[in-house]
Design a protein around this ligand. Structure first.
Ligand code: IMP
Length: 424
């Protein structure tokens, strides 16, 4: 029995989908705790590639129960279309996929507001336009609509009407558009779609308690990454939830005393989609190498990801704010072919050398990376199955990361397939 969290240690897209799929074979219950359909978890099984936005990646493992916790903002359109994808692939999620009644729901107007706000923002965040910020905003301003509210025939029309009236007023005041959102259309479509959702609704906190009582293994599936956390990330270029391990307790209803370990999913280099500071970003041939060899394109938006060298300050920060106890080091095969590999060990800021990461975007924008250089390798390592068979310089790179983070590497991922994983 174990209770562990898998968390993205950088700006998301670290390869969590694959690692969670791998770890979920040893888990009885996999639970998502934050974010929404902005996530894009890619899992490759044999010749099939699944990109899941809303449904936990654990669902691909047929012996695992998957759940969406209260901290997630639930996108029912995404959920329903992913149910279809699963069913078409012969995967039956009934009876082993659940959604908390207390999750807030992303309504169609949230997506429109997301787009309007972003388009009118002077400094763009680069959001995924999935309605994430506006849905969390309604939750925090206490006018949101939860799954349980939609299932309440008397309450739902009342709360929806009041939301639509206020969004219409806002849209008219801000953008001069009258009666932007139509109550009847949204109400009818939502009720209709919730007929599909209803059988999956179940109290996730109680499910977790029962799993603990029955000595089951639980895996919490983080979405996005540490530096996109609303509190610990590169604010304001962040998402609107607590992506870090702390989000698990509030986002699912488990006590912190029940968590055993946190695995940090860390790419062997760094990428970011969307705007915001990125100290080790590359604009040269090495950046092109990472982008092309790593197929660095966003799974949700199809945008190219920005690429850069590994940043030790970010790695140590992530270890600190998440309590990371082991690492899954991903996409290390992508570094192959570079003659030298740089690792950022400090930020030059004005006349100082900063040794600790700080979540302050306007300072980070002005930082210049201070690098140490390691020898690269030319071998293709994507078919290697045993740690000892890795080339010496790959092992040196892994040792180096363990030394600077003071955390052991548990899994080394050398390709997108399940079997391209080395347990160290
Ligand atoms: P939002 O979460 O759609 O509001 O987007 C806010 C920021 O987080 C943008 O820079 C997005 O590109 C980024 N973001 C959101 N979800 C993900 C993800 O799953 N992976 C990587 N970046 C993400």
């Amino acid at each position: 029995m174990s209770v562990r969290i898998a968390v993205g240690a950088q700006w998301g897209d670290e390869g969590k989908g694959k690692i969670i799929d791998l770890l979920s074979s040893g888990a009885d219950l996999v639970v998502r705790y934050q974010g929404g359909a902005n996530a894009g978890h890619t899992v490759k099984i044999d010749d099939k590639k699944f990109i899941l936005h809303m449904i936990p990646s654990g669902v691909l493992n047929k012996n695992t129960v998957s759940a969406i916790g209260n901290g997630v903002v639930f996108d029912y359109d995404s959920f329903i279309s992913e149910l279809d994808i699963l069913k078409n692939a012969g995967i039956r999620p009934e009876g082993r996929l659940f959604i908390s009644p207390y999750a807030h729901v992303v309504m169609p107007y949230h997506k429109e507001i997301d787009r309007a706000v972003e388009n009118n923002r002077k400094t763009k965040i680069g959001t995924t336009f999935k309605g994430i910020g506006p849905a969390y905003q309604d939750k925090i301003t206490r006018c949101g609509i939860r799954v349980v509210d939609i299932l309440d025939k008397e309450y739902f029309p009342v709360v929806l009407k009041s939301n639509i009236d206020s969004k219409n007023q806002l849209f008219e005041a801000l953008y001069g558009e009258k009666n932007k959102f139509d109550f009847n259309a949204i109400y009818a479509a939502c009720l209709d779609k919730f007929e599909t959702v209803k059988p999956y609704v179940k109290d996730v906190s109680i499910m977790i308690e029962e799993a603990l009582e029955n000595k089951k293994s639980i895996l919490f599936e983080g979405a996005q990454g540490t530096l996109l956390d609303i509190d610990h990330g590169t604010y304001p270029f962040v998402t609107s939830s607590n992506t870090t391990s702390g989000g698990v307790c509030t986002g699912t209803g488990i006590s912190p005393t029940k968590i055993d370990s946190v695995i940090g999913v860390m790419k062997a280099y760094t990428t970011r989609v969307g705007n915001g500071p990125f100290v080790t970003e590359l604009f040269d041939d090495a950046g092109k190498h990472l982008s092309e060899k790593g197929f660095e394109v966003g799974a949700t938006t199809g945008r190219p990801r920005r690429c850069g060298y590994f940043d030790a300050l970010i790695a140590r920060y992530s270890v600190r704010v998440n309590g990371i106890s082991s690492l899954a080091l991903t996409k290390i095969d992508v570094l192959g072919g570079l003659e030298k590999i740089k690792v950022c060990v400090g930020y030059k800021y004005k006349n100082e050398i900063l040794k600790e990461f700080l979540p302050v975007s306007n300072v980070l924008e002005k930082c210049v990376p201070v690098y140490e250089e390691l020898d690269g390798w030319q071998e293709d390592i994507s078919e290697i199955k045993e740690y000892n068979d890795l080339p010496a310089n790959v092992k040196k790179y892994i040792d180096y990361i363990e030394k600077i983070t003071k955390v052991p590497v548990e899994i080394v991922s050398v390709g997108p397939e399940r079997n391209q994983s080395i347990f160290k």
